[in-house]
Design a protein around this ligand. Structure first.
Ligand SMILES: Cc1ncc(COP(=O)(O)O)c(C=O)c1O
Length: 362
């Protein structure tokens, strides 16, 4: 694997990323880049972030050896990095606390965000509540129907779509901070999200070393916008002995066009202010993604049920995709080998969707 510079040159990782935004936003994203560069070198900012991550979000999250699941599969040892136990029920809080602290430092009083599955919206609302900032969250209508529980958990205004959020930001640049929840958006957002989520990989490296006195053989994380995956993988960038697996949702199959595998089956395109891989039609129009989960197949439902039954842990559907892959992988690996799966969130929000899929009335 080619190692890229830690600081994206001209805001790019290789040729990807960059800044594809209207001129009116350039000053705002440059201001953000500068503020972040200063903040990360300021011991007070680092201390305050560490305080909120531990005292408010409940970090470090445990690294749990899933002994029952391991025994059932009869292959590699499976560990779970329990981001589902972070406050709010997902990894999203690592990033929202970091960026909300940054917003405060920049003198912004209002934070806007846009959310798919709702977890990022919830994490934004709670981080802003803790830090005394006003939060407004935009969410698509379809996602609102699927994720009623999260809609209720966000007591703030919900409106439709990412474009609305961008429109809002352009109109209220002075007062408003746009808090992005995945590795998307113009530079410096992907770098910021990577850095704030790296707490996952840094913790797990140390915890794994303590338990097994070596590094894991494989890391597995689901990829929606990429934040829990990069947070897990980045601290292992220079460890070639550790295999990194990012798992996308294949929905009803790659050939069906009803999936969410932008990296596996998409093409290069400019989207959300950056050059990336996107699902698009022959005319370059962005296609809707499809998966059983709002954030990201059906093997995921099987993994959801197996983990619930074997370990008493109900995972969110997004990491259930990662778990489904890890279960297949574990069977092919030796018993002395090890896999760590990032369990990016808990499954309360998905119980109704799974019951519906299985034809169970609740
Ligand atoms: C629990 C959970 N995991 C994963 C994701 C996918 O996001 P990302 O790839 O940025 O981690 C989401 C999205 O909302 C989520 O709620």
């Amino acid at each position: 694997m080619k190692t890229l510079s830690n600081y994206p040159i001209d805001g790019k990782f290789g040729k990807y990323g960059g800044r594809f935004v209207p001129e009116v936003l350039m000053a705002a994203i440059s201001e953000l880049e500068e503020a972040y560069e200063q903040a990360k070198q300021d011991p007070n900012f680092c201390k305050e972030l560490a305080y909120y991550l531990s005292e408010y979000a409940g970090r470090p999250t445990p690294l749990y050896y899933a002994e029952n699941l391991t025994r059932k599969l009869g292959g590699a040892k499976i560990y779970l990095k329990r981001e589902d136990l972070a406050h709010g029920g997902a990894h999203k809080i690592n990033n929202t606390l970091g960026q909300a602290l940054l917003a405060k430092r920049m003198g912004k009083k209002r934070v806007i965000a846009e959310t798919g599955a709702g977890q990022h919206g919830v994490a934004t609302a709670i981080a802003c509540a803790a830090l005394g900032l006003k939060a407004e969250v935009y969410m698509g209508v379809e996602d609102m129907k699927r994720q009623r529980l999260n809609v209720f958990r966000m007591t703030k205004t919900l409106k439709d779509s990412i474009n609305e959020a961008l429109r809002d930001w352009v109109t209220n640049l002075e007062s408003t901070y746009y808090l992005i929840g995945s590795v998307v958006g113009p530079h410096p957002y992907p770098m910021l999200v990577r850095d704030f989520q790296s707490v996952i990989g840094n913790e797990l490296k140390e915890q794994f070393m303590q338990k097994e006195k070596r590094l894991p053989d494989a890391l597995v994380a689901c990829v929606g916008g990429g934040s829990n995956a990069i947070g897990t993988f980045y601290p292992f960038e220079n460890c070639p002995e550790v295999k990194l697996y990012g798992v996308e949702a294949a929905g009803e199959g790659i050939k069906s066009n009803k999936h969410a595998a932008a990296l596996g089956a998409g093409a290069e395109g400019v989207f959300h202010g950056m050059l990336t891989y996107v699902l698009q039609d022959s005319e370059g129009q962005i296609q809707a993604t499809h998966s059983i989960s709002a954030g990201l197949d059906y093997p995921g439902v099987d993994a959801f049920c197996v983990l619930s039954k074997e370990e008493g842990i109900i995972p969110a559907l997004e990491p259930s995709h990662a778990l489904a892959f890890a279960m297949k992988l574990a069977r092919k690996m030796k018993r002395k080998e090890t896999i760590v799966v990032t369990l990016s969130g808990r499954g309360d929000k998905d119980v109704e969707v799974v019951a519906d899929f299985l034809g169970v009335k609740i």
